[in-house]
Design a protein around this ligand. Structure first.
Ligand SMILES: [Zn+2]
Length: 221
């Protein structure tokens, strides 16, 4: 059984996930901790649960998702994994962040390129890496096949989808990613998005207006 800690951080209420298994190893997905208080909340969660982080991994490179990555790297001595096509977003995070009032002091170095990598592992757990471009060019989802748990980042939300009007975004691509790569994983798959509450793929095929209008042929993508 994998265990998922959900920690909404920073003014964008970005969901940082600490995913662990029975071995005590864990990964931190989309570390968005921004204040000392949030840094402490993340560290306390990890310490209280007796976990050992092995990697910081990201669904994409937007500033609200990387604010805490450098802290995680420094505190736990772990590498950072990101799809290379989102490297430009991490590198421009100080300028991009300033537009939203974030003071990005340090840009985390990317040690592991998820481009062309089919999975990442920790403990006895395998997370499949699924390239889901559209919100950003290098966006990926992480999928734990045995328990059917999916981390969708900002591609798919409960009853919504990610923005495609930001640099590198593309509506047609995000819909293709959702319809061809995420929906086929199956109705029973539970997903944890980058913002807001969890949902299931089945729920989205019925109630997500962006998905439903394409499935019904009302909108072309
Ligand atoms: Zn984003």
């Amino acid at each position: 059984m994998i265990k998922i800690g959900v920690l909404p951080f920073n003014p964008f209420q970005e969901n940082t996930y600490v995913v662990s298994d029975h071995t005590g190893e864990c990964v931190v997905i989309d570390a968005g901790n921004y204040s000392v208080r949030e840094d402490n909340a993340l560290t306390n969660y990890i310490h209280d649960a007796g976990l050992r982080p092995v990697m910081a991994i990201n669904t994409h490179g937007h500033v609200d998702h990387i604010l805490g990555v450098d802290y995680v790297k420094r505190t736990f001595g772990v590498p950072f994994a990101l799809h290379g096509d989102d490297r430009f977003l991490v590198e421009s995070a100080p300028q991009h962040g300033a537009l939203y009032g974030f003071d990005v002091k340090s840009v985390p170095e990317v040690e592991i390129d998820l481009k062309g990598r089919s999975e990442v592992t920790f403990g006895d757990t395998v997370l499949k890496v699924i390239h889901t471009p559209g919100h950003t060019p290098g966006h990926v989802a992480f999928y734990e096949e045995k328990e059917k748990i999916l981390f969708t980042g900002d591609t798919l939300f409960r009853e919504s989808i990610g923005r495609t009007d930001l640099p590198g975004g593309d509506y047609s691509w995000i819909m293709k990613s959702i319809l061809e790569k995420l929906i086929p994983l199956g109705d029973e798959v539970r997903f944890y998005p980058g913002h807001g509450p969890q949902s299931t793929i089945g729920h989205e095929t019925l109630y997500n207006p962006f998905v439903v209008e394409v499935i019904n042929g009302e909108v072309k993508c």
